[in-house]
Write a protein of this length. Structure first.
Lengths: 389, 437
C-alpha cells in the first residue's frame, strides 16, 4: 500500500503537467482511442466513458502557465479561465483532444464554445446545454433528447453507436467513483486534520485527467493510507469554501486557508466529481436515469436556476450544518458573473441563519497570498473568539 | 478609466428630433404613466427582459410590461445611473458585475422612481425570459428576493450549433403551455385566449415589416438613418412595451413614411444637432452603446461624417432582417422561435456571419466594436469576431471600450482618439485602393 505522500506526489505530478501526459499516454496505448475535453461545471462523463473515450477536465492553466496568446482574445474585464484555456489550445497542449464540451455555466464559457468552433474547426465542439426547468415532462424530456444527441455524436466520432448496456455499465462505474469521493469528503468532515484540503483538491484534480477506474483506485489507496496514519490536530476552525466552482484558485490559496487557521470541511471545487448526489439507477433507460438524476439529485450552484425562493441558498446552510462548519468563505474569481451575482443572495441567507462569512476574490494566477492569509486568519480568529456570544 | 461620476455642470441643450422621435418619446412617457398609475388603476405589472420578451402574450393577460434594462437605460441617459451603481456596490454587489443590474438594484434602494418622477409599482409577476444572457437569471433571482412575487422561468436554449432543433422548440412550447401561460392566468385572473394572441401576433408582423424597411433604408447613399444611435429610437417601441399593439403598427407606419420622405429628399440621418452633413464614412457597429454620455458619443461620429448603416444592438430584442416574422398561424412556436433567434442567443459564428453580411449588404467601410465592460454576453469573444470579420471582408475594424450605464467607464478622450485613428485608417485604405486602381 502506498502512503499518502506518494499518492499525493503522483496527484501533484498530474496537476502540474500542463501537457496532459497521462491522457496522451492513455490515448497512445491503443489505436482509435479518443479524448473528450470538458470545462466546468458538469458534463455526463458516463456518456464519454461508454463511448470508450477518456473524459478530460480542462479547468484553465493555473498559476504556472504563461498566457501569451490568450490575452489577445479577451478584454481586461473578463475572467482568466477562457484566456488560459485558449492558451492551452493555441500552444498545442490540447492537440490530442478530439472533442470539447462547453457546459452551460456562464456567457463567457458559452461564447468560448463558438470561438473553439472557429479556432479549431477539426475538433468536434459542442455547447452542452442543460435544462433550467426541473419538471420531468418538460426539462426532463428536453435533457433526455440533448443527451441522445450527444450520444449520437460521440457514437459517430468513434464509428459505432453507444449501447444502453455500455452506458449503464459506465453509470455503475461512476456511481462507484462518486461513492469514493463521498467517502473522502465525509472522512474530511469527521477528521479534517487527517485530510488536508490541498490533498483533497489534488485527488479531485487527478480525477479530471485519469480514467475513472484508476482514479477510484487512487481514492481507495489514499483513504486506506490516510486512516493508517495519525496527523497532528490543529486548533483550526471549520469552514465551507464556496464560489470556486469554475476558475480554479491557486493551490497555494487552498493551502493558505489551512495555514491561516481554517479547516476546509466542504467546498464547491471541481463539482463534476460529485455533481450527482445519489446513485444513478443502472437498470431501465440510462439516458432518462441520467436526466432524472440531474433534475432531482444534483448539486445546487450559481449556474442553476433555483425555482423556489425559500430554497435559495439553503444548500449552503445545509452544508454548514451537515459538516458542523463555523463559517463560510466566499472565494470568487474576479469577473465571475455567476459567483459574484449569487454572492449577495447567499450572504443574506447566511446572515439570516446566523452563520458568519468572509469574502474575497482571486484569479487562477494570483501570486500574493498574504492578504488572503490575513483575511482568512482574522476570520478564523473572530470565529474562535466571538462565535456563540 | 475615467472616475468622473458627477452630472454635467452646463445645462443640456435642446436636442433636435424627428417627428417620429417625438412620437416615440410620447409613447414611452405614456407607458411610464400607465405603469406608475397602476396602483390607482388596478393594472397588474409584469417585469420582464427585452431579449426574448413575450409582449404579445403579456398583453393577452392585460398585464403591463416593465423592462428593467430600459429603466437602466433611462437612468443612464438622465445621468442618475452612476449613483445607483455606487449604491448597489455599497450594499454588497461586486464592482465586477453587470451595471444594468446594479443600476436597477440601486434605483430600488433609492426610492424606485420612474422617469416621470413617480414611484414604480412593485411587479405582480417576474417573467424571467432567460434568453441570450446568463445575468438575466441572477438578476431576476435578485429581484425575486426583493419583491417576493410569483416568478416564471422561460428557459431559451442557446443556439450553440447555429440551429434551432425540434427538441429546443418543443421544450420552449411546453414551457409556454405548461408553465408560463397557466401562471400568467393565475396572476392576472384573465383566461388565455389564443385568438387574442393571434391578433397581436399579426400586429407584430406588420410593425416588423416596417421596421425592417426602415433598417434596410440604410443601404442607400446617403443613408437616411443612423442605424445605431438613431436606431435606438427606432427599436424602442418594438423591443419595449408596444410590440403586438396598434400603437406600434401606427408608429412604424409613421416612421416608414418619414424615412421615405428623407430618402426622396436625398437627406442623411437626423442628429441631435440637426441634419447630418455629408456622409463620409459608413460603419457597421457591434455591441451596445454607452448611455451615460450618449450624445457626446454620437457627436464623435456625426462630427466626422460617420454614419452607422447597420448594428447588432438593434437586433438584441429580435432579428427580423433575415426574414423572421411573428406568425399568427403558429402562435406558440413563433414566440419560441423569436426567443431563440435574438442576437445574443446566436453563437459566435452566426454573429460573425451577420456582421460580415452587413458589411457587404450595406456597403460599409468597416466594422467598429464598442465593447461593453459589464456585458459578457456581447463582449466575450469580440476580439476574435473582429479579426474574423476583417479577414473575411478585407475591411478595417476597430475596437473601443465603454460601459452601458456606468459613467466611470466612459473615457471620451480615449474613444475619440481611437475613432479619429480609425477614420484615418479608412482614408488610407481608400487612398491605397485609388492608387491601385
Amino acid at each position: 500500500m502506498s502512503d499518502t505522500a506518494t499518492i499525493i506526489a503522483r496527484a501533484t505530478e498530474l496537476f502540474e503537467d500542463l501537457h496532459f501526459g497521462a491522457a496522451r499516454e492513455w490515448k497512445a496505448a491503443a489505436p482509435g482511442r479518443k479524448v473528450v475535453g470538458y470545462m466546468p461545471i458538469y458534463v455526463p462523463r458516463e456518456l464519454i466513458h461508454a463511448a470508450g473515450m477518456l473524459p478530460l477536465g480542462i479547468v484553465g492553466g493555473g498559476d504556472q502557465l504563461e498566457v501569451i496568446h490568450g490575452d489577445a482574445y479577451y478584454q481586461s474585464y473578463i475572467c482568466r479561465i477562457p484566456r488560459s484555456t485558449i492558451e492551452l489550445g493555441v500552444s498545442g497542449r490540447l492537440d490530442f483532444v478530439d472533442a470539447m464540451l462547453f457546459p452551460s455555466i456562464c456567457d463567457v464559457i458559452r461564447n468560448l464554445s463558438g470561438m473553439w468552433k472557429l479556432m479549431f474547426p477539426h475538433v468536434y465542439s459542442r455547447y452542452f446545454d442543460v435544462p433550467q426547468n426541473y419538471r420531468d415532462e418538460i426539462g426532463g424530456n428536453y435533457y433526455v433528447n440533448e443527451l441522445a444527441e450527444l450520444r449520437h455524436d460521440l457514437g459517430t466520432l468513434r464509428g459505432a453507436p453507444i449501447t444502453d448496456a455500455a452506458l449503464s455499465q459506465s453509470i455503475a462505474t461512476y456511481n462507484e467513483n462518486r461513492h469514493l469521493v463521498g467517502e473522502l469528503y465525509s472522512y474530511r468532515v469527521a477528521q479534517p486534520w487527517q485530510v488536508p484540503a490541498a490533498d483533497v483538491y489534488l485527488l479531485m484534480r487527478a480525477g479530471l485527467v485519469l480514467p475513472v477506474e484508476q482514479h477510484s483506485d487512487m481514492l481507495r489507496d489514499y483513504l486506506a493510507a490516510a486512516r493508517a496514519r495519525e496527523r497532528p490536530r490543529r486548533d483550526n476552525c471549520r469552514i465551507v469554501l464556496t464560489g470556486v466552482f469554475c476558475e480554479q484558485p491557486p493551490l497555494n490559496l487552498i493551502k493558505s486557508l489551512e495555514l491561516s487557521g481554517c479547516y476546509v470541511v466542504d467546498d464547491d471545487l471541481l463539482l463534476v466529481t460529485r455533481w450527482l448526489t445519489t446513485d444513478v439507477p443502472t437498470d431501465g433507460d440510462p439516458l432518462r436515469n441520467l436526466a432524472l438524476a440531474f433534475l432531482h439529485h444534483s448539486e445546487s450552484t450559481a449556474a442553476k436556476y433555483e425555482p423556489d425562493q425559500k430554497e435559495k441558498g439553503q444548500h449552503l446552510v445545509r452544508a454548514v450544518r451537515r459538516t458542523k462548519a463555523e463559517g463560510v468563505i466566499f472565494a470568487s474569481p474576479s469577473f465571475c458573473d455567476p459567483a459574484l451575482l449569487d454572492r449577495p443572495m447567499l450572504q443574506h441567507v447566511l446572515s439570516d441563519a446566523g452563520i458568519p462569512y468572509v469574502a474575497f476574490k482571486y484569479a487562477e494566477n494570483s501570486g500574493q497570498m498574504q492578504p488572503i492569509r490575513e483575511q482568512a486568519g482574522t476570520f478564523a480568529d473572530s470565529i474562535k473568539l466571538w462565535s456563540g456570544q | 478609466m475615467n472616475a468622473t461620476t458627477a452630472a454635467p455642470k452646463t445645462p443640456v441643450k435642446d436636442v433636435e428630433k424627428d417627428a417620429s422621435m417625438q412620437k416615440q418619446k410620447a409613447m414611452m412617457a405614456a407607458h411610464y404613466d400607465r405603469l406608475t398609475d397602476a396602483p390607482q388603476t388596478g393594472a397588474k405589472v409584469c417585469s420582464t427582459f427585452v431579449p426574448g420578451n413575450l409582449n404579445e402574450l403579456i398583453g393577452c393577460f392585460d398585464l403591463l410590461n416593465n423592462l428593467p434594462e430600459v429603466n437602466a437605460i433611462q437612468n443612464g441617459l438622465r445621468r442618475t445611473s452612476g449613483q445607483f451603481v455606487l449604491e448597489a456596490e455599497k450594499i454588497g454587489h461586486s464592482e465586477d458585475v453587470c451595471t444594468y443590474v446594479k443600476s436597477d438594484i440601486g434605483m430600488m434602494a433609492k426610492g424606485n422612481l420612474a422617469p416621470n418622477g413617480r414611484k414604480f409599482p412593485n411587479p405582480d409577476v417576474l417573467l424571467l425570459s432567460y434568453t441570450g444572457c446568463f445575468t438575466f437569471m441572477k438578476w431576476f433571482e435578485l429581484l425575486r428576493e426583493q419583491y417576493k412575487c410569483e416568478t416564471i422561468m422561460l428557459h431559451t436554449p442557446y443556439m450553440g450549433d447555429g440551429k434551432v432543433t425540434p427538441n429546443m422548440l418543443e421544450y420552449m412550447v411546453k414551457q409556454l403551455k405548461e408553465e408560463v401561460i397557466p401562471k400568467l392566468e393565475r396572476v392576472s385572473g384573465v383566461k388565455f385566449d389564443i385568438d387574442r394572441l393571434r391578433e397581436r401576433l399579426k400586429k407584430s408582423a406588420q410593425a416588423e415589416d416596417d421596421l425592417v424597411y426602415v433598417l434596410k433604408s440604410a443601404r442607400n447613399r446617403p443613408s437616411p438613418i443612423d442605424a445605431y444611435f438613431g436606431g435606438i429610437y427606432y427599436i424602442g417601441p418594438i423591443f419595449g412595451a408596444f410590440r403586438g399593439t396598434e400603437d406600434a403598427v401606427e408608429y412604424y407606419k409613421f416612421l416608414r413614411a418619414e424615412i421615405d420622405a428623407r430618402l426622396a429628399a436625398g437627406m442623411g440621418p437626423v442628429t441631435p444637432e440637426g441634419d447630418m452633413g455629408k456622409e463620409k464614412y459608413r460603419l457597421v457597429v457591434e455591441g451596445p452603446p454607452n448611455y451615460t454620455n450618449f450624445r457626446q458619443f454620437w457627436k464623435m461620429f456625426y462630427d466626422e461624417g460617420a454614419v452607422v448603416v447597420a448594428s447588432s444592438y438593434t437586433k438584441v430584442g429580435g432579428v427580423y432582417d433575415f426574414g423572421f416574422r411573428h406568425d399568427a398561424d403558429r402562435p406558440l412556436e413563433t414566440l419560441a422561435e423569436y426567443c431563440l433567434g435574438v442576437y445574443t442567443n446566436r453563437n459566435l459564428p452566426m454573429r460573425i456571419d451577420m456582421l460580415t453580411n452587413y458589411l457587404e449588404e450595406y456597403a460599409a467601410d468597416g466594422l467598429l466594436i464598442n465593447s461593453i465592460k459589464s456585458c459578457n454576453s456581447f463582449s466575450a469573444g469580440q476580439l476574435l469576431m473582429m479579426r474574423e470579420v476583417e479577414k473575411r471582408t478585407g475591411k478595417p475594424a476597430a475596437f473601443i471600450e465603454s460601459d452601458l450605464v456606468d459613467p466611470r467607464y466612459f473615457s471620451a478622450a480615449n474613444i475619440k482618439n481611437r475613432l479619429e485613428s480609425y477614420f484615418q485608417m479608412i482614408e488610407q485604405r481608400r487612398a491605397g485602393a485609388r492608387s491601385a486602381a
